[in-house]
Design a protein around this ligand. Structure first.
Ligand code: UDP
Ligand code: MG
Length: 332
């Protein structure tokens, strides 16, 4: 049976948009200039993340004059990571690139990413070698965050990688099967695996308007990132239990020594201190045990696939979970 749908484009760009009316006209100009030279079939999927300004109208205008410009308009502001997900759910390209609307992720870097993709890589992260126009505070906090984050995980999320990255169709299809609610997409992509590589670029300043990531959203984002990939914070109770139990032993030892030296401590002090430390450690230990179970429940409810597969040889295509949600199938 012939596929009734039009052929898939070679390249999809996914661009989340939240109140970007000032940048959209320039973004469209830069995209068109770039895509005219890319030498591949393409589509651009704009995701309007519930903008309150004229962004949605501007995007509608763009899609009216160019059918390869596509639009998903979310019904309210769901946040950057969900907006990206909505775009990835419909992006059809053999290679899919996620980029910001504010031209901080220059389209020209995509050429380099495509070259890597053609060499056989499935994920190409764009690493910010320099961040222009970002406050020292943002740079330092981002640096500390990624280092901490990588320490807690069993796999590596590249430092200084944002959401600007290319993914092969295989990776996008796999990512679609991860439906957890608190989404830290860059971590999820690193978790998926496949052949991953990086290109670096200097991150320019935002073209116009203000960052849509105020400090409060950044903190939320960092917490989402850590809690969706690590149960280390929950385990701190167990470690603290160990620390307080050791404290009880130290106190007892010290009191005994004082007694032997003939400088006894106030009567009853040792007993009280030891009981306090022991009770605290018993409680913390129980919390840690609870934490372990809660952590396991959390892992289960995420319902992530147990593993991801890069290739299958002499085997049929896989289970339903890994397959595309739409009926369209084809080589990928
Ligand atoms: N964005 C979004 N929803 C939000 C916040 C941001 O879709 O709730 C989009 C925004 O329009 C931009 C991208 O996500 O295309 C990155 O946001 P921004 O440039 O403000 O982040 P920064 O570069 O300052 O980290
Ligand atoms: Mg930006």
């Amino acid at each position: 049976m012939r596929d009734p749908l039009p052929p898939r484009p070679a390249l999809s760009l996914v661009i989340p948009i939240f109140n970007e009316e000032e940048t959209i006209p320039e973004l469209a100009r830069r995209l068109e200039a770039f895509l005219a030279t890319v030498g591949e079939t393409w589509e651009v999927v704009f995701v309007d993340d519930g903008s309150k300004d004229r962004s949605l109208d501007l995007l509608r205008g763009l899609t009216a004059r160019e059918h390869r410009f596509k639009l998903v308009g979310l019904a309210r502001n769901f946040g950057h990571q969900i907006a990206i997900t909505a775009g990835l759910d419909v992006a059809d390209g053999d290679a899919v690139v996620v980029m910001d609307a504010d031209l901080q992720d220059p389209p020209e870097v995509v050429t380099e990413m495509l070259a890597r993709f053609r060499e056989g890589y499935d994920v190409v992260f764009a690493i910010r070698s320099k961040r222009h126009g970002e406050t020292v505070f943002k740079r330092v906090t981002a640096g500390v965050f990624y280092r901490l984050f990588n320490m807690m995980l069993g796999f590596e999320v590249p430092n200084d990688a944002g959401d600007f990255r290319l993914m092969s169709r295989k990776v996008v299809l796999t990512l679609r099967s991860l439906r957890e609610r608190h989404r830290f997409v860059r971590g999820m992509v690193a978790w998926i695996g496949f052949r991953q590589t990086r290109v670096s670029y200097e991150r320019p300043v935002r073209f116009a308007g203000e960052t849509k990531y105020p400090l409060s959203k950044m903190v939320r984002f960092a917490i989402d990132g850590i809690t969706s990939f690590s149960t280390v914070p929950m385990r701190t109770a167990t470690w603290l239990a160990g620390a307080t139990a050791s404290l009880a032993v130290v106190i007892a030892g010290w009191a005994m020594l004082q007694n032997l030296r003939g400088e006894p401590v106030v009567r009853g002090w040792t007993t009280i201190m030891m009981l306090v430390a022991l009770c605290a450690s018993a409680q913390l230990l129980m919390m840690g045990i609870l934490g372990e179970y809660v952590g396991r429940i959390y892992d289960e409810v995420k319902r992530r696939p147990l593993y991801t597969v890069q290739e299958r040889i002499n085997l049929d295509e896989p289970s339903r979970e890994m397959a595309e949600p739409t009926s369209r199938t084809g080589p990928h």
